[in-house]
Write a protein that binds this ligand. Structure first.
Ligand SMILES: NC(=O)c1ccc[n+]([C@@H]2O[C@H](COP(=O)([O-])OP(=O)(O)OC[C@H]3O[C@@H](n4cnc5c(N)ncnc54)[C@H](OP(=O)(O)O)[C@@H]3O)[C@@H](O)[C@H]2O)c1
Length: 259
C-alpha cells in the first residue's frame, strides 16, 4: 500500500517528537490523526500541514482515560478509516532524587507512560486483529535499558513498556501485526528543556523524527536513536553490576550527598 493511502494515529502529537513525526508523515502522504490533550496545539499542527501531500486531523484525547481513548479510536475508524500505523508517544518525565521517589510522584507517571500506552494498545488491537494487519509503535526510552540515577520512576515505566513489547511481539507477528519499540536518547523537546544536567548525544527533534520514520517503515523491532548512545547503554547492560553501578554512580547529582 502506498503511504498516500495509509492512516496513522499518533498520540503525544501536540509537541516534541510526536509533533515532528506527524509533520514528516504528512509530508510523505500519510493521513495522520494527531492526538494529545491540547486541541488548540493540534489545530495549529493541522494548519501547518495544510500544504503537504498527506493530511493531519486533530483529535484531542487524554490517554489516561480509557473511555476517551476507545471513543477516539472508534471515531477514527468510522470517520477516517482503519488505522494502519499507531504510534504511542504520549509520555512524561520527571527528574527525582531517591527521597522524592514516592507513590504519589510515581502514580501519574505510570498512569500516563504505562497505563496510557496500554489503553491505546487495547483500543487499536481488536481492529488490527480483525484485519490481520497493522503496525504499532510504543515509545519507551534508552532510560529503560538500565536504571539510571534520578530516573527511577520514569526509567521503570519505560523498562516496563520495553518488556511488554518484547513479550507481545512474537504472538502479534503470527497475527499479521507488527509491534515495534522506540527507544530515543536525549532529544531537544519541551520534555528535556527543563533538564539542568549534561545530556550526552542530545539530538535535534527533526533528526529524531527522521530516524523514527525510517524505523517505522522498516521491519526492525527496535527503533533507537542516536545509535552511539544506544550502543553505550546496551554495553552498560552487559557489564557486571559492580562496574555498571560504579559508572552510573558518577552521574548522581551533587545535591544528593548533602540532602
Ligand atoms: N525528549 C527526549 O529526550 C526523550 C527521550 C526518550 C524518550 N522520550 C519519550 O518520547 C515521548 C515524547 O516525548 P517528547 O520529548 O516529545 O515530550 P513532549 O514534547 O513533552 O511531548 C509529550 C506529549 O505527550 C502529550 N501528553 C501528555 N500528557 C498526555 C495525556 N494525559 N494524554 C495525551 N497526551 C498527553 C503532550 O501533549 P498535551 O500536553 O497536549 O497532552 C505532548 O504532546 C515520551 O513518551 C517520552 O518519554 C523522549
Amino acid at each position: 500500500m502506498s503511504n498516500a493511502k495509509k492512516i496513522a494515529w499518533i498520540t503525544g502529537a501536540s509537541s516534541g517528537i510526536g509533533r515532528a513525526l506527524a509533520l514528516k508523515m504528512a509530508h510523505k502522504g500519510y493521513h495522520v490523526v494527531a492526538s494529545a490533550r491540547r486541541l488548540e496545539a493540534l489545530e495549529e499542527l493541522a494548519a501547518e500541514a495544510a500544504a503537504l501531500s498527506g493530511a493531519i486531523t486533530p483529535m484531542a484525547v487524554d490517554t489516561t482515560l480509557p473511555e476517551q481513548v476507545n471513543q477516539t479510536v472508534s471515531r477514527i475508524e468510522t470517520e477516517i478509516g482503519s488505522i494502519d500505523v499507531a504510534v504511542f508517544c504520549a509520555g512524561t518525565y520527571e527528574k527525582l532524587l531517591a527521597h522524592e521517589v514516592t507513590l504519589a510522584r510515581a502514580r501519574p507517571v505510570y498512569e500516563l507512560n504505562l497505563m496510557g500506552t496500554l489503553a491505546c494498545f487495547e483500543a487499536v488491537l481488536p481492529g488490527m486483529r480483525a484485519r490481520k494487519q497493522g503496525r504499532i509503535a510504543m515509545v519507551a526510552s534508552l532510560a529503560g535499558y538500565f536504571g539510571l540515577p534520578t530516573s527511577a520512576i520514569y526509567g521503570a515505566s519505560k523498562a516496563a513498556i520495553i518488556n511488554m513489547a518484547e513479550a507481545l511481539q512474537p504472538e502479534l507477528k503470527l497475527q499479521g501485526i507488527t509491534l515495534q519499540i522506540v527507544n530515543p536518547g536525549f532529544v531537544k523537546t519541551p520534555l528535556t528543556a527543563k533538564n539542568d544536567f549534561p545530556m550526552p548525544f542530545l539530538m535535534e527533534v527533526e533528526d529524531a523524527a527522521d530516524a523514527f520514520l525510517e524505523g517505522l517503515e522498516s521491519d526492525r523491532f527496535e527503533i533507537t536513536f542516536p545509535r552511539r548512545f544506544s550502543l553505550i547503554l546496551r554495553l552498560l547492560q552487559t557489564l557486571p553490576y559492580g562496574l555498571a553501578l560504579w559508572l552510573t554512580g558518577k552521574t548522581v547529582p551533587k545535591e544528593a550527598k548533602t540532602i
